[in-house]
Design a binder for this molecule. Structure first.
Ligand SMILES: C[S@@+](CC[C@H](N)C(=O)[O-])C[C@H]1O[C@@H](n2cnc3c(N)ncnc32)[C@H](O)[C@@H]1O
Length: 267
């Protein structure tokens, strides 16, 4: 597969051949920094408010369906608080080995609630173009509708990427996201973050350079104050019995998150 760097998506996501990114949005005309939400065009998209507070270099006030950030054509500078997810890693993250979940991620630093952790990076692809779906543990569907519904959306999520045979059936494919991020070959630290039924992170869709929700960036934010060395986790959001293998059989993956109310299965 060939790829080019996705400057209009995210500097660290590669864009697969055949994926065309939308035109970059005109952005806001705030000079220096975005301060007045009644004037800033990007703040208006967020309901005439800024999604972040300045504290600790930018913290998300609350989970939203989508966060509209300032982008390449905005007149504000790189220090603008409405670019919080674009500023790179803020905390010292460690990838470490667990006894029963493979690799995992923790922070050496205290992380306050609402802080940006990392972006799920990899190769931005059409879900239909992913090879060896059932053997790839690192595919993240860009499914902001599911994120919008929060955990209650779990029932309606059709599993990660269904087996190819399933895609011929329109009824089964209507909810399948068109694009995904494949971190199987290349990717950042987010690919090592495990699932938990009681997670301390949450997934937040972010649009910073265009307005196409199908191609939103996928960010992880802290759901709670997280002490140093606690494993970082988010809810993968699978519906049970939603994942099938190449043989068409339903796959089951036991959950080892250790939460008191663990559902015992990821899918
Ligand atoms: C995106 S990867 C996460 C990193 C992975 N642990 C590794 O070693 O690369 C997802 C895979 O991690 C494992 N995993 C994640 N959360 C788990 C959990 N709560 N219980 C058991 N396995 C888990 C599963 O094999 C899953 O398919």
């Amino acid at each position: 597969m060939t790829w080019r760097r996705g400057y209009t998506y995210s500097t660290s996501v590669k864009i697969a051949e055949g994926v065309t990114l939308p035109t970059i949005d005109a952005g806001c005309s705030c000079v220096g920094a975005c301060i007045d939400p009644r004037i800033c065009a990007c703040a208006k998209l967020n309901g005439s408010d800024f999604p972040y507070v300045h504290k600790d270099g930018g913290r998300l006030i609350e989970a939203k369906s989508v966060v509209f950030e300032c982008g390449p054509n905005c007149q504000c500078g790189s220090g603008c608080v409405n670019r919080t997810s674009q500023k790179g890693l803020k905390y010292r993250l460690e990838v470490y080995r667990t006894p029963n979940k493979g690799w995992a991620v923790r922070s050496w630093d205290f992380i306050p609630a609402g802080a940006p952790i990392c972006e799920y990076t990899g190769t931005l692809m059409r879900t239909n173009d992913v090879d060896n779906v059932s053997g790839n543990d690192y595919i993240f569907d860009i499914d902001c509708l599911q994120t919008m519904k929060g955990l209650d959306g779990r029932e309606s999520r059709p599993g990660v990427v269904p087996h190819m045979d399933d895609r011929t059936d329109d009824k089964k494919t209507e909810n399948v996201p068109e694009f995904c991020i494949d971190a199987g070959t290349i990717g950042g630290v987010a690919r090592f973050i495990n699932h938990s039924c009681e997670p301390n992170l949450f997934v937040q869709c972010v649009l910073s350079s265009h307005r196409d929700i199908k191609l939103a960036r996928v960010m992880l934010f802290a759901a709670d104050n997280i002490p140093p060395l606690q494993e970082l986790t988010y809810d993968y959001g699978y519906a049970l019995d939603s994942v099938t293998g190449p043989d068409g059989m339903i796959k089951v993956l036991p959950c080892h998150c250790g939460a008191k109310d663990c559902r015992k299965r990821l899918y």
